[in-house]
Design a protein around this ligand. Sequence first.
Ligand code: FDA
Length: 281
Amino acid sequence: MKLMTRMARSFVAGETAEEALRQVEKLRQKNILVTLDILGEAVQDRAQSDKAVQDYLDLLDTLAKAKSEAHISLKLTQMGLDIDDEYCFQNMVKIISRAEKAKRFVRIDMEGSALTQRTLDIFYRLKKKFDNMGIVVQAYLHRTEKDVADINKLKAKVRLCKGAYKEPKEVAIKKMKDIRANFTKLAEMLFTQGVYPAIATHDSKLIKWTKEYVAANAIGTDKFEFQFLYGLRNKTQRKLAKEGYQVRAYVPFGTHWLPYFMRRLRERKENVFVVVVNFFK
Ligand code: FDA
């Protein structure tokens, strides 16, 4: 296996669905739920997007046969957002319809701020047709408080994360302390006015805050879930699952792993450490 591919295995569950499903099985044995992501983004031609749609349809069929409860996650630029909004919307209709038949949930990941509004516009159109879907919001964006208020009115399911893209200060909060403060403010909005929020962070301070908040407000463990990226904070994932929280791992796989892998390395020195330790294991 090539050096980079071996290193990427710390955060990527394999290049094929079969490899990813073997990792999913291991997680399920530890009581960890999953959402599967076929890696791909910034697709510029229809043939590639058509292929991505077909890959997701095939994955949904495989999950239905395996009676797996796995969710799927995807990015709209993989589904043609950079090509044409209507084409992207129709691709999403195909995928979510198939997921609906298979009783599966589809999460639309959030990408860079230049795409936030168009991603939300497509999400709002889809939400009128489907219930088995949700969106992601990013706590670092100044606009997110208003977006969460709007999304809560639709009773749509939200994954809350900090945000992973390099953004200018005009659109995004820069200081970690302030991002955390916005994260907890948005989490409160989701807990009090939203539906089944997913708290997606590896940050011990925010995990602790969430545990204390739900305990203080008598919010049951069936009313939300923690989410982690595959391969990160594995012990914490297992510990939370043992304590009775619902924990879901975001499990990416496929051949287009480079942008995802680089985002993880850029984000944290701890992540570089994870790769190095795994490499020498
Ligand atoms: P962050 O990297 O800010 O670290 C905060 C603290 O947590 C660190 O100081 C350290 O103490 C601890 N920590 C973090 N990583 C650690 C590690 N590996 N080991 C030990 N300690 C560690 N982004 C986006 O823009 N769009 C999206 O759709 C998604 N989707 C998504 C799904 C899921 C399930 C997750 C978990 C995350 C995303 N993200 C995302 C990524 C997200 O926006 C963010 O970039 C990363 O989660 C990093 O931020 P954190 O809050 O996890 O910790």
